[in-house]
Design a protein around this ligand. Sequence first.
Ligand code: DHK
Length: 152
Amino acid sequence: MKRKILLLNGPNINMLGTREREVYGSSTLKDVEELVVQTAEGKGFAVECYQSNDEGKLIDRIHAAFQKLEGIVFNPAAYSHTSIAIHDAIKSVHLPVVEVHISNIFARENFRHESITARACIGQITGMGVYGYKLATLALINKIEREEDAID
Ligand code: DHK
């Protein structure tokens, strides 16, 4: 069976392509999901895709990945800046998580400069547009494969 990662997207990412196009561009969530699936499949991994506007549902999905999936590409969107609960959920599953932001959060309002959730992640990609999801997928898979090598 193919190894699997999760692509998780938080609030308002379902509105990509429509919302603030000058900030987030014209790609849709479907485009993002296709990009990640294609990138992961090229490396022999399958992808589960999930988006929610609800903090609790995102946490449930992180928990559901425990001991089932290999890692998570995650855009927690606005919850990055507020959610200790999501931070703790990431910590609780012992999985590598790469945080993605489409926009450069450091070049925007002060309230976006801190990411609480990124503290629980192996790394963060910010400001590279939707292409950041591809970079995050490659970085995550690289990490998973490197850890497997270390076990051998
Ligand atoms: C997406 C959001 O919805 C914002 O709340 C974050 C992030 C930035 C992004 O760039 O993908 O501040």
